[in-house]
Design a protein around this ligand. Sequence first.
Ligand code: NAD
Length: 338
Amino acid sequence: MKNVGINGYGTIGKRVADAVACQDDMQIVGVTKRTPDFEAQMAVEKGFPLYISAPEREGLFEEADIKVTGTIDDLYNKVDVMVDCTPGGIGAKNKVIYEEKGIKGIFQGGEKHEQIGKSFNSFANYQDNLGTDFVRVVSCNTTGLCRTLQPIDDLCGIKKVRAVMVRRGADPGQIKSGPINAIVPNPPTVPSHHGPDVQTVMYDLNIITMALLVPTTLMHQHNLMVELENPSGVDDVIDTLEATPRVILVEAEKGLGSTAEIMECARDLGRPRSDLFEIAVWKESLNIKDGELFYMQAIHQESDVVPENVDCIRAMLEIEEDPAKSIEKTNKNMGIIG
Ligand code: NAD
């Protein structure tokens, strides 16, 4: 049983904690919080040992009557790996501390690849990260792109990808992000950083991306144009995506014609926090014209990277060498059907 710590128990951190806790080869030995808010209280109620990431703020936790097990200095000694889920940019600073303490670290997509050194996606480059000390699980958008592009590349070979990504303006719990009444080219320059981010795990892929921000909180939406080396029939692509773990095909005809309806369906699935860990590809959108494949997909940004973090722990700690076996085990324990 491997010991995992979570530094930063927020949107991603609390989900990774739950996902680790339901595996049988790893356990949560502690989660950290900076602020004694409802998430800190919930962590304690769930039975996760709570550590303060800023020891000078101990008094705030006492005032809030939230019981802590110690400070982050006490947690470093207990973990085989720290999953760093702090806001973007802080993880790279924490990496220096993990190096000093001699512990492994997993970081999230808000960190820069260059500062961490390696990036990870379960489908694209699991085996390149066996035994590695520091690695970054690519962002929610990049995870969504890799989940569908890797199996398509395996089936047909990809000459080049052009993708336009419509990104949510904020997560549902955020009150300070936007826009609330605009469509914002973000960035207004081309390419966006997402294509290069895919290349940190699908190293030779020719991909250029453009991105927009829109006033929605539920999901991101991607529009892909993929030139194929050896175009097959669209039915072969459908069969391949249907057989790909963590990808589901949805149909507008069956009432799933929007991100709102997909998330309503996710609520009906009854999973924790109504999360949809799978990438939802619109079946009707799949089409091949003149050797070019077109499709549209939706990404639940708060949760798609969570199973990848679990697989990343297995790769780094060399618990499992075979990516397919890790993916299957993670999925089974998290109740992922797709
Ligand atoms: P968040 O703000 O929801 O949570 C961050 C947590 O870290 C909070 O609990 C906060 O209290 C804590 N924290 C803040 N400063 C800290 C510090 N100095 N030391 C320790 N803890 C600190 O952020 P998030 O959305 O979970 O994002 C975390 C990482 O995951 C970022 O790199 C982000 O880019 C990435 N990510 C986010 C999403 C998403 O949609 N939210 C999706 C994929 C990846």
